[in-house]
Ligand binder design. Structure first.
Ligand SMILES: [Zn+2]
Length: 256
């Protein structure tokens, strides 16, 4: 069975190992090599690949050491800025991990070269899994660096179009703050209120808030809810195009 092992790192990053086949795993954004090596040892796994979502140091900081220690491949789309990259992927590519297919979804926005990694539902992975890096967070999305709002909005829509049961594993735990922000623009959303309580409990207990599902995100994530009348009313943007509502939400979140 496919299995995701979540490794909290630094103050709010999530690193993931995805276990597949007999004792194999790939890692997503393994910025802390010693934490990853410890998790591999503890679970008796050998690392075959690193999947990098984007170039920021808190996502790729462990690439070179892990490549040296394990001989794994380093996969990503940002040819200039991902350390150790030796397999370049682009939108629409599919790579294999044992029985699993990993689809590359280009999601420019946070950087101009972000990608997400999507594993469709399979016998080993009944709901499907998407690793969203700093593009989609639980109830939030990444900051825009160097792309326009429409580009990022289109990227988020690609993720929103995946099957609703898909499990979402993101690159940071900003969950409590993101639910608090969601309530400033949609104060009557009871699902957000309930999930904020749960996220506060998880944060107090030190347990991860991942995974979410795309279904849950569509019910709670303001950046995927730009057509909801209450959000548009709060922003006084009843008739604006969706990507402009998105841009205004992102501006407000930047200073929240
Ligand atoms: Zn980043």
């Amino acid at each position: 069975m496919g299995r995701v092992i979540t490794i909290p790192a630094f103050s709010d990053n999530y690193i993931y190992l995805y276990q597949y086949g007999k004792g194999k795993a790939f890692a997503v954004d393994p910025a802390d090599s010693s934490a990853v090596l410890a998790a591999l040892r503890k679970n008796g796994l050998s690392l075959t690949m690193i999947l990098s979502t984007h170039c920021h140091y808190d996502h790729v900081g462990g690439n070179l050491e892990l490549k040296k220690a394990t001989g794994c491949e380093v996969i990503g789309a940002d040819t200039r800025r991902i350390p150790g990259l030796n397999r370049v992927v682009a939108d629409g590519d599919i790579i294999s991990a044992g029985p699993e297919q990993i689809h590359i979804i280009a999601t420019p926005g946070h950087t101009d070269k972000d990608v997400c990694y999507y594993l469709p539902a399979s016998a080993d992975n009944p709901h499907g899994t998407v690793f969203t890096g700093d593009t989609l967070f639980i109830a939030g999305c990444g900051r825009r660096f160097g792309t326009d709002a429409l580009t990022m909005w289109n990227s988020l829509n690609k993720l929103a179009a995946l099957p609703p049961d898909t499990r979402v594993y993101c690159g940071h735990d900003y969950t409590v703050e993101d639910y608090e922000f969601a309530l400033t623009v949609e104060p009557a959303n009871d699902t957000v209120k309930q999930l904020l309580l749960k996220a506060n409990q998880a944060s107090a207990a030190g347990t991860p808030t991942v995974p979410s599902t795309l279904k849950q995100e569509k019910l709670t994530n303001p950046f995927l809810r730009v057509d909801i009348p209450q959000i548009r009313q709060t922003l006084n943007m009843l008739k604006s195009p969706p990507h402009e509502v998105f841009a205004e939400l992102r501006r407000r979140k930047d200073v929240f």
